[in-house]
Design a binder for this molecule. Structure first.
Ligand SMILES: [Zn+2]
Length: 478
């Protein structure tokens, strides 16, 4: 298929869409815009998959997808005047994000009930009936059930052990990690039992701020316009992971949220954390939609991590701007994090070389998830965060935000875009690292093979999330 036939196909599709839109204007039953957009994407996908090189005469992959997005944008404009309320409008993203405080509220009521001196049987019954049934509590259970036997009864026991109301199971004795984890959860739950009113106030403060709106707006600023953010966010009392993610369920432990120097909840920081997570969701959805199967393909895992973590870290958390502030914050966690960042940034040249080597080994199938996680995701925030951020910094400075926003559309082009930005920077006299052009080209041309459903690995981004979530928040001193 040559360029001409591609254009004819696309124009044909546009024309066809217009007919549908006109028909819709006369009849109340509408063809949803999303279906039209899906059609356009499917067409592009078919071209992508079946044609040897559909982009060759059209200015390359990025230009091709740029034009596709323009068509999709026009479909949106055409639709906006018809039935705005029912269509994707400016608030669509918020409609797909829910923030739920119920588990935390019920758990606080339960702690107050314990403080009234209720008997053990009633305490248990209150928990199972009122707390365990909440969606937030179920999300905790889904999260833990991936690693161990876990249900409502187990969670109840987990808390009662932390509160010292039942003996700790023998299996955990003598295990140092289990002892440290027990110590942590005891600290959180004992504090919660002693201060439910204080936590309640913190919760009220959070509810007064429109966290959802602020976080969604921030996340979307750094995503392609058509990216959809879908997340259910639960604020819970947990005492284990500071945050976790199972599919679109995201939990944040109220007992471990970041706080300011004077001990109040750091709402700005919470917005950044939420926005970072929402960005993952939009990024992941965008990757899935535009380049299906990539997320299941372990061969581009390191590249995927650099893109998926570098982007929200650089644009949302802004480590380069806040490093000094983090260091002087007086909060131990921030100090350690800043130190780790400084260490990684001081060896950026080495990280670039290592990344080139590992991206190649990963692409050749020599190294996989285990090696990559150990080397690039270890520590509070691994070297992947620093390197990915540095890459997006070069892209933004030289090509602008819009070029950075192309990355989720095709992460196989991440290195192409980066190299282009670095070339531009180097023409000004800098000495930015340039990834081996042959490797960059090979990856950009790569089309993942279909993975058998039974053999499919966990989607990369899901893996990133649950490794990451446990360490993104704060000091533990509530
Ligand atoms: Zn992240």
């Amino acid at each position: 298929m040559n360029r001409k036939s591609i254009i004819i196909l696309i124009v044909g599709l546009l024309f066809f869409s217009c007919i549908i839109l006109r028909t819709e204007a006369q009849e109340p039953k509408l063809v949803p815009r999303q279906l039209l957009i899906q059609d356009a994407r499917q067409l592009a996908q078919i071209l992508d998959l079946t044609h040897a090189d559909p982009h060759i005469r059209g200015g390359g992959n990025i230009a091709f997808h740029g034009r596709l997005q323009e068509i999709i944008r026009r479909m949106g404009v055409a639709k906006a005047g018809v039935r705005e309320q029912n269509l994707y409008g400016s608030t669509r993203e918020e409609d797909m994000v829910t923030v739920d405080y119920e588990m935390a509220e019920r758990a606080l009521e339960w702690l107050e009930y314990i403080n009234t001196g209720a008997d053990e049987q009633s305490i248990r019954q209150f928990f199972l009936e009122r707390v365990a049934s909440t969606k937030g509590c179920q999300a905790i259970i889904h999260h833990w059930a991936r690693f161990r036997k876990w249900d409502e009864e187990e969670f109840f026991r987990f808390i009662m052990e932390a509160l010292g109301r039942i003996p700790v199971e023998l299996a955990e004795k003598g295990d140092r990690r289990a002892a440290a984890s027990l110590e942590r959860r005891m600290k959180f739950w004992e504090y919660a039992l002693a201060n439910p009113a204080r936590i309640k106030r913190a919760l009220e403060d959070m509810k007064k701020t429109d966290l959802k709106k602020a976080a969604v707006a921030l996340a979307r600023r750094y995503l392609p316009d058509d990216a959809v953010v879908r997340n259910d966010i639960y604020f819970v009392l947990f005492g284990a992971s500071t945050a976790f993610s199972v599919g679109k369920e995201n939990g944040f432990d109220l007992l471990q949220l970041p706080k300011t120097n004077d001990g109040r909840l750091d709402v700005d920081q919470i917005v950044l954390t939420l926005a970072h997570e929402l960005h993952h969701s939009g990024f992941s959805e965008c990757v899935e939609k535009n380049t299906p199967r990539i997320q299941e393909d372990e061969r581009i895992m390191l590249l995927g991590i650099l893109a998926a973590e570098g982007m929200p870290t650089y644009f949302i958390n802004k480590p380069f701007e806040y490093l000094v502030e983090m260091k002087s914050s007086g909060i131990e966690f921030n100090n350690s994090l800043a130190q780790e960042w400084e260490n990684n940034l001081s060896r950026l040249a080495e990280l670039f070389r290592e990344a080139e080597k590992d991206i190649r080994l990963n692409f050749e199938g020599v190294i996989g998830q285990k090696d990559i996680f150990e080397k690039w995701m270890g520590g509070l925030q691994g070297p992947a965060y620093a390197l990915g951020s540095a890459m997006f910094s070069t892209i933004e400075k030289n090509l602008g935000l819009d070029s950075a926003r192309l990355v989720p559309r095709n992460i196989l082009e991440f290195l192409v875009i980066y190299n282009k930005a670095a070339d531009k920077e180097n023409r000004k006299g800098s000495r930015c690292f340039i990834f081996d052009r042959k490797l960059v080209d090979q990856i950009a041309r790569y089309r993942p093979q279909r993975v058998e459903k039974s053999r499919a690995t966990n989607p990369i981004f899901t893996l990133i999330f649950f490794v990451l979530e446990g360490r993104i928040t704060s000091d533990y001193d509530y």
